[in-house]
Design a protein around this ligand. Sequence first.
Ligand code: AMP
Ligand code: MG
Length: 328
Amino acid sequence: MVRVTASIKDIETAAGVLRDGGLVALPTETVYGLAANAEDPAAISRIFQVKGRPPSHPLIVHLAGAEQLDDWVQDVPRAARVLAEHFWPGPLTLVLRRGPRVPLEATGGLETVAVRVPDHPVALALLTAFGGGVTAPSANRFGSVSPTSANDVRAELGDAVDFILDGGSCQVGVESTIVDAAAETPTILRPGGVMREGLETVLGHPLALPSTSQVRVPGQHPSHYAPHARVILVEPQEVITEAESASSLGHRVGVFVPAAFADLPVKAHAVVAVPASPAAYAQRLYGFLRELDQQGCDLIIASVPTEQGLGLAIANRLRRAAGPRTTV
Ligand code: AMP
Ligand code: MG
């Protein structure tokens, strides 16, 4: 159940902000987005400024329904139509050939554009009231943990965003699956909320995983989705002993205890019991990382789940969070 506190009046205000070239924080089923009018290059450039994101990194255009697809893209292969029909609204982003309506500012100069229809009542109400498309990357500073509640957005961006729509906690909790669907044979560019297995069932053949593709995908940077605390990944059976030895060396350790070891005692600054269900884990993953930062942890010890179903996206985000930091 989605807790929605945004009213009809809030939706109208937010649509007005978009028309005036402003930025709106938008709840979706994946994470909160930082939305601007997809046809307003000045508003789009404000997104990059606020996020501190390099302007060469493309954004996702969000639409109110699959029937709008042909207003924004061209030369849609059959497989892309099948995927759109099956998974929209939902956490699947399709990269397709850019139509003339999409400014190059939204695509980082690429001739392809990423599009999706979000599955969230507030997002769909805003898109319908606004009447156009909105570019919306995650509403966080570049490289840090994506927000999954309106409070996270406030803490992350404060007054840099003109209006925040509160749509409760995000139900999926990790970003969309990005599929390069411009070519005849689709490929996965980033694992996410739609499972690889589901895509393969609908397409009727196996899908290659990332990523020899030349397409730029900022979510693939070495360090991304990262909390302030350093993240170290170890084998599941080593999580507790590693946490305890790091604690004894004086670290303020936050530990993600895998469900299989939930009954064992663990001495650490903060302990997260990892949900046994991958869907519940994905939904709470970013909240756990933020929480351990708030509790002052300097080190997070975790393990990578089995890379099946949503476990693939969780493992991808944890690896990025643990990746080498390019900034301090
Ligand atoms: P975020 O990083 O949360 O803003 O998510 C947006 C994702 O969509 C990024 O990983 C982008 O690289 C990806 N994306 C947007 N447009 C394209 C494109 N034309 N080709 C490949 N990936 C894209
Ligand atoms: Mg992001």
